[in-house]
Design a protein around this ligand. Structure first.
Ligand code: NDP
Length: 333
């Protein structure tokens, strides 16, 4: 098995020297164990936070740890009745091509004919649930609301725009970092308007796209996007803070919005959330999302990097915006 481990804590943008590639040989599985060959491994923005030695909602990786995170694969050797050879599983063992561990550390997943296992790592999994919970539980989105989503062309963003529309949002606006992504948002993902945040001030572009103001802001980005949203919010508006990727790789203290007082004058509410506290919504989400999927109402994109050895590159490329939809590492035969 080839595993990617944390060798050193990154400062600012991670570099290759912060990681090491280690080869591990396994004996035959002991009683209760299974061996899983991964098919897709997820690279996620939150992993950057876990590389720092700071208090957060998940404990930091320790030096020498495999970069833990979601992956899907198939049982290739089994000494556990619950997970026979061939079972498709979801787990959190992260950046490795093969993993052998206690069967309790893997969850069997139902395979949907015609759909790739990888969907369990985004639209039919954690990032889809994040979009759903952010819009419903956190932002209390109502039919007719104007919704603004930052980071709209990524994994969470492509889910959020479609879910907002399917739940009856009036106008959905997205921002992303390239003309191709902006075109995709309106052509494929049902956004009513979209803009490239690199082409001009977010505040001005958002004001143009939302002439009647914004009722719900779903934020993946922070920084100038949060400030722009605060400037465009309607009275009683709700802001769901999902991520702040502008700050993940900076070494400087991020600057806060200068217009936070709009929270008072417009009676706004702002709530941050982490999806780990909302797994109770998984059955409700799965039912809704499977229904939409089955009805052909959900589009998705995957940006795929091949080979476990390229996990670090995939992770860095994702944080630089190389992905459309979900960034994944695919493990070949
Ligand atoms: P994405 O697929 O959205 O990938 C990250 C994207 O961020 C890139 O594609 C890039 O797109 C964009 N980006 C990078 N730097 C900047 C910048 N300086 N300004 C604006 N956009 C930038 O990742 P995910 O969908 O997995 O995650 C999206 C967000 O949601 C992250 O902030 C993540 O931390 C958060 N998240 C939070 C969860 C929670 O429980 N609260 C759970 C899951 C995710 P572009 O080309 O448009 O710049």
């Amino acid at each position: 098995s080839t595993q990617i481990r944390l060798a050193r804590r990154p400062v600012g943008w991670p570099v290759h020297e912060d990681f090491e590639t280690v080869t591990v040989d396994y004996d035959a599985p002991a009683a209760g164990e299974v061996r899983v060959r991964n098919e897709f491994v997820s690279v996620d923005p939150y992993m950057r936070g876990r590389m720092n030695d700071v208090r957060s909602y998940v404990p930091p990786y320790q030096l020498g740890d495999v970069i833990a995170g979601a992956a899907v694969g198939r049982v290739v050797a089994s000494a556990a009745d619950a997970l026979p050879v061939g079972t498709a599983v979801l787990h959190q063992h992260g950046w490795t091509d093969v993993i052998q561990a206690d069967a309790a550390k893997f969850r069997a997943i139902e395979e949907v004919p015609g759909l790739p296992l990888s969907l369990r790592l985004h639209m039919l999994g954690m990032t889809g649930l994040t979009a759903y919970v952010g819009l419903t539980t956190i932002a209390g989105m109502r039919a007719g609301d104007t919704v603004f989503i930052s980071g709209a062309a990524g994994a969470v963003g492509t889910a959020a725009g479609q879910i907002a529309k399917l739940l009856g949002a009036g106008r959905v606006i997205g921002s992303a970092g390239s003309p191709e992504k902006v075109a995709l948002l309106t052509d494929k993902y049902g956004y009513d308007a979209a803009f490239n945040y690199k082409e001009g001030a977010v505040r001005k572009q958002l004001a143009n796209a939302a002439p009647d103001g914004v009722d719900v802001f779903f934020d993946n980005v922070g920084g100038d996007h949060l400030e722009a949203a605060l400037a465009s919010m309607n009275d009683g508006g709700r802001l769901a803070l999902c991520g702040a990727i502008t700050a993940y790789n900076t070494t400087e203290r991020p600057v806060g919005p200068t217009n936070l007082a709009n929270m008072i004058t417009r009676s706004l509410s702002m709530q941050g959330f982490t999806i780990g506290s909302h797994w109770d919504k998984l059955p409700e989400f799965t039912e809704q999302m499977s229904g939409w999927f089955g009805a052909g109402k959900i589009a998705y994109d995957e940006t795929i990097v091949d080979g476990i050895d390229n996990s670090v590159d995939a992770f860095l490329a994702m944080m630089r915006g190389a992905n459309t939809g979900k960034m994944l590492v695919r493990i070949g035969e």
